[in-house]
Design a protein around this ligand. Structure first.
Ligand code: ADP
Ligand code: MG
Length: 292
């Protein structure tokens, strides 16, 4: 039978906007020793905005944005939405994409008006032998500013770097500090590049982070920490977080995140704030105290 104090604990957490699926999750939460946080949409708001458009010599900014928005109109990625929105704000309408192919963790390959377009990170460019050397320094300095720079190439030549910034949620810093103070090892995972990851981690006081993590590798990180003896909590919002959420000892989904993430998780943070994590752990520890 479920001890009455567990039922009380689940109710208390619910009052704080933390929906715990079952008593077992509440009890396991007290034992969490490591908490893995996804970056985009978990630590940050997940609504990136275009901040910089740097065009290569001879390229026209409006034309570049038109093509970029055309490519991204086929994608549901938050980065893509930022590009399309920025184009629309400039009065530019996306055109028609002939071929569209999303490359997980790298970006997009597309064909528009017979031109081969590539939009994504450095890895995507290097796989297609696009020379970005002249622009790497600018991209790095954008990333050091916690922005995500994306390379845009047309027919094998770089035409622009477009950067977006995704604001950090107001209370992420405090909530992360609360977890660290209660003795939890806090780790950040992201598909974003190393420099951006380092900058965001630094802003929120996280010293342990893994960048350029491919969607399929998020669950592997959970497993690695478990093999190292940690009881792992995982927090995420995206479709690609779902396997990691399911595998973690306790999976936490952001309430505004995707349905797949919520269904894979044991706990849903209705308010989106990471304080829900520290609250869940506090309630869990108090509950277990009452059982003993
Ligand atoms: P995350 O959502 O954790 O930031 P992803 O695995 O979705 O990571 O993406 C990793 C990287 O791949 C992004 O930082 C970006 O550089 C590139 N990328 C992914 N999707 C797109 C896209 N639609 N347009 C441009 N770049 C993209
Ligand atoms: Mg993602």
């Amino acid at each position: 039978a479920t001890p009455i104090s567990v039922i009380v604990g689940v109710g208390k957490a619910a009052e704080a906007g933390v929906l715990i699926r079952n008593g077992e999750a509440l009890q396991t939460a007290s034992k969490i020793s490591a908490m893995i946080l996804d970056k985009t949409g978990t630590i940050t708001l997940g609504t990136p905005k275009v901040t910089d458009v740097i065009v290569a010599n001879g390229s026209d900014e409006l034309e570049v944005m038109q093509l970029a928005a055309t490519v991204e109109s086929g994608s549901e990625h938050p980065l893509a939405m930022a590009i399309v929105e920025s184009a629309l704000e400039r009065g530019i309408k996306p055109g028609k994409v002939e071929v569209f192919n999303a490359v997980a963790g790298q970006g997009v390959e597309a064909k528009v008006k017979g031109q081969a377009l590539l939009f994504g990170n450095e890895k995507l460019m290097s796989l297609h032998n696009v020379d970005v050397e002249e622009y790497v320094e600018q991209a790095q300095s954008l990333a050091a500013d916690a922005k995500t720079p994306m390379y845009f190439a047309v027919d094998g030549s770089l035409v622009a770097i477009i950067a977006v910034a995704d604001p950090i949620k107001e209370d992420s810093v405090k909530a992360i500090e609360r977890m660290q103070q209660s003795g939890i090892r806090v780790v950040m995972l992201t598909g974003d590049n190393r420099d951006t990851a380092r900058a965001v981690a630094g802003k929120v006081g996280i010293t342990e982070y893994f960048s350029e993590v491919l969607p399929d590798d998020k669950a592997k990180k959970v497993q690695e920490l478990q093999s190292a003896g940690e009881v792992v909590g995982m927090v995420g919002d995206g479709i690609n977080d779902a396997p990691a959420l399911a595998l973690a000892n306790v999976g936490f989904a952001i309430g505004t995140g995707t349905d797949v993430a919520i269904e894979s998780a044991d706990v849903t943070l209705m308010r989106g704030s990471l304080h829900g994590l520290a609250d869940a752990i506090a309630v869990s520890r108090a509950t277990l105290q009452n059982i003993k």
